[in-house]
Design a protein around this ligand. Sequence first.
Ligand code: TLP
Length: 352
Amino acid sequence: MAQAIDLRSDTVTRPTPAMRKAMAQAEVGDDVYREDPTVNRLEDRAAEILGREAALFVPSGTMANQIAIRVLTDLGREVICEERSHILAYEMAMMAAFSGCLARPIRALDGVMTWTALAGEIRGRSIHHARTGLISLENTSNLTGGTVYPIHVSDDICDRAHEAHLPVHLDGARIFNAAVYLGRSAAEISQKFDSVMFCLSKGLGAPVGSVLTGSQEFIDEARIVRKMLGGGMRQAGVLAAAGLVALEEGPKRLHVDHENASFLGDALADMPGIRIAPAKVMTNIVVLDVTGTGLTAAEIAKRLAARDVLASAMSPAILRMVTHYDVDRAGCERAVVALKEAVGPAVRRTVH
Ligand code: TLP
C-alpha cells in the first residue's frame, strides 16, 4: 500500500535525519535545575530570534498559551479572543479551569480582529461586569485557513491595548508562516506583544515542543507556572536539540509549504460543491467548506482515507488540509484527484 498523504496537520511531521542526529548527540542535564545546556541554548536562541529578553521551552503550544493566560491575568477576568481561536476552541476550557477566566469571543472576518471590532468589548472596573484581563491574538489564524494579520493591525491592537493598560498575548503557533507570508522577521511582526508563543512541532518540524517568550520577569513567572502544570522536564535536551534544528532550518523552507497549499487552493476552487477562496490561502492551511457536496466533512475524510489521503474534519462543514515538509507537490496532486473521486458522485446526486 502506498504511504498515506497526511494532510491532517503540520503536527504530523517526523524528525528529519539532522534532528535525529542532533538528538542522539545532545548534551543534557536536569532542566528543572536549569542544568540542561541544550535547553538553555534553545531558550537563548529563541529569545534572540524573537527579540525578547527571555524564553521558556514547554512541552506543547497549549501549555504555553495557558501559562501566558495565567501569568498575565487574574481570577474572574475576561479574555478577549476570536471566536475560533485555539485558546478557546481547542484548549479544553483551561482558561476557566486553570486561570478562572471567561472568554469574551469576537467573530472577525478571516479570524483577523481589529481594534475597532474589539474596543467595544473591553470592560473596566465595574460593579456589574467582569473586567477585561487580556487580549489574545492568533497569527496565523488556524481555523480560518492560516490567515495572517497585517502588521499595522496587530501593532495597532497592541498599542491601543497598552494605552488601556491591557496586556496582549500572541498565539504564534505558526508565527514563522506569518513572517514568511509578510516578508518580515518573526521579531518584527510580534515586537509589541507582551508574550509570544510559537510551536517548534508544527511547520518547523520538531517532534515535540513550543517556546514562550517575553520579558525576563514574565518568563520567571512562567517557569513557575510550567512547574505547576507538571511541565518541568528533566533531560529535555534530547528534545531541545531537535527544536534547535527546527528553529534554524525550518523557517527557510516554509515557502514551499505555502506554494503547495496555494496549489491545492487553486486546484480545488472549481470543484463542484466545495467553497474556497484561493486568494485567502496565504500560508500552509487550506480550509474547505464542503456543505455544497451534500456530505459532511467527516464523511469526506473517511472517503479520502480509503484513498490513502488524510484530511481533518474540523466541523460538519469544514474540511482542513495542511501542507508540511512530509508532503510534496506529487502528494498534493494525489490529494486533488482523491477529493474529486470522493465528492464527485455525491455532488452529482445533489444537483440532479
Ligand atoms: N493545533 C492543532 C490542533 O490542536 C487543532 C492543529 O492540528 O492545528 N495554537 C494554535 C494556533 C494551534 O493550531 C495549536 C495546535 C496550538 C496552539 C496547540 O499546540 P499543541 O498541539 O502543541 O498543544
